[in-house]
Design a binder for this molecule. Structure first.
Ligand SMILES: [Zn+2]
Length: 109
């Protein structure tokens, strides 16, 4: 659980700010009347015991909460709000980190 860099080589550079936050959370399966069934991290979907659909923001109904923890990530710099939605679940921390880095594996030139 913690912070990671988009570029793995930056892990060794102390001054570089991490851009990925990875954590373990329970997985909620819930339904939104507008968007249908979805899954998400308990701490994100059910913040303040008020389950919300991540797509439309409407109130959602919890169907199931997982027994074990799975891994989630979002793009975020320490001290700032996340700059993306929350992605997951993944089976391991490394799988979440790999997915976060893979998404950025685009050549913009
Ligand atoms: Zn919705």
């Amino acid at each position: 659980m913690g912070w990671h860099h988009l570029n793995p080589e930056d892990e060794y550079r102390e001054r570089a700010m991490p851009e990925i936050e990875v954590w373990a959370d329970l997985t909620i399966t819930a339904s939104c009347r507008k968007c249908g069934l979805f899954q998400g991290a308990e701490g994100v979907v059910n913040a303040d015991d008020d389950p919300r659909c991540p797509d439309c923001g409407k109130k959602a109904k919890i169907k199931e909460i997982s027994c074990d923890y799975q891994w989630y990530y979002w793009y975020c710099v320490p001290g700032c709000l996340p700059s993306s939605e929350c992605f997951g679940p993944y089976q391991s921390e490394q799988a979440a980190i790999d997915a976060a880095r893979g998404f950025n594996d685009i050549d913009y030139e």
